[in-house]
Design a protein around this ligand. Structure first.
Ligand code: PEP
Ligand code: MG
Length: 327
């Protein structure tokens, strides 16, 4: 099996009926890039930049960040690299950032909420990203977007820093895509309006199922006692995912997924059926996923879409998915 996977390392990803998708990897540091390339990653679908902050005793400077982003972009050559801006809070604590102690940190002051209130933290990251954009195929993604206003505010800061850099004669790419993570139900529910409203603003969606599941099911992703409710295959999740993909496609945008679900062999046929464009997973899952997709007929799976979306329980979804894969 290893030999079969190795043969697919430098191949694009096609379904049995010739439909192409992109298989990308989730990374935490520039050192992870080697593993992405060795495992046939077609891009980086999620660079979690918080590790840059967590592995430090003080705020990483703009230059330190620039070097890290540049190194990832250069190593990936022309392949797409989606960098997510700082996602602190929730389960990720950073001592020197002086975050308030909260009763419900997952529902609290985290990610984009923190960044928009702390421009001295956010702006240097945006500048570092913009400077690094000259060295590869950069896409910037904002985490935990719950409202349109948040996206607009974040994007305005980005454009402001772009102007500042260009006025200082610094080279910035003109083709940076700017997207959002869809990991809050409010955003998934009105994805259509988001895609329309953002027609000229948002370039892509990436579905963060790790958080989307916990918020939809009201089941803390860290709490063992309620883990039985943390159901990736719950029809509510499938319908939200479908909503996001349809909304993106209706406006000519792409939709990816960077939560754990994207690399799950039971979920892959479902996600292919729903039309997901980009699957971002741990590097070691890429070649198995490419092999699996090679054997799946996307059009056939898509014809089962309505049936999947109308099921009532996760158990029914898994049963139908398994019947479909094994037939
Ligand atoms: C997610 O929420 O699905 C995600 C990819 O982000 P994180 O796991 O870092 O919260
Ligand atoms: Mg998340």
């Amino acid at each position: 099996q290893q030999a079969e996977w190795a043969k697919l390392k430098d191949e694009p990803t096609f379904s049995a009926d010739g439909e192409q998708v992109e298989l990308a990897a989730n990374i935490g540091t520039p050192n992870d890039v080697e593993g992405v390339l060795n495992n046939g990653g077609e891009g980086v679908g999620l660079y979690r930049t918080e590790f840059l902050y967590m592995g430090n005793s003080e705020l990483p400077s703009e230059d330190v960040q620039f070097e890290a982003y540049k190194s990832v972009l250069e190593k990936m050559e022309d392949k797409p690299v989606v960098v997510r801006t700082l996602d602190v809070g929730g389960d990720k604590e950073i001592s020197y950032l002086d975050m308030p102690h909260e009763l419900n940190p997952f529902l609290g002051f985290r990610a984009i909420r923190f960044c928009l209130e702390n421009e001295h933290v956010f702006r240097p990251q945006l500048r570092a990203l913009l400077r690094a954009s000259a060295y590869g195929n950069l896409k910037i993604m904002f985490p935990m977007i719950a409202t349109l206003e948040e996206f607009r505010q974040a994007k305005a800061l980005l454009l402001e820093e772009k102007d500042n850099l260009q006025n200082d004669g610094v080279e910035v790419s003109e083709s940076i895509e700017v997207g959002i993570m869809v990991e809050i139900p409010s955003t998934a529910v009105i994805a259509k309006q988001f895609a329309k409203q953002f027609a000229k603003e948002v370039d892509f969606f990436s579905i963060g199922t790790n958080d989307l599941i916990q918020y939809t099911m009201a089941a803390d992703r860290m709490n063992e006692q309620v883990s039985y409710l943390y159901q990736p295959y719950h029809p509510a999740i499938l319908n939200l995912v479908n909503n996001v993909i349809e909304a993106a496609h209706a406006e000519g945008k792409w939709a990816g997924m960077c939560g754990e679900m994207a690399g799950d062999s039971t979920a892959i046929p479902l996600l292919l059926a729903l039309g997901l464009d980009e699957f971002s997973m741990s590097a070691t899952s890429i070649l198995p996923a490419r092999t699996q997709i090679l054997g799946l007929n996307k059009k056939e799976l898509a014809s089962l879409k309505d049936q999947f979306l109308s099921l009532s329980t996760a158990e029914e979804v898994v049963a139908l998915a398994e019947k479909t894969i094994n037939k």
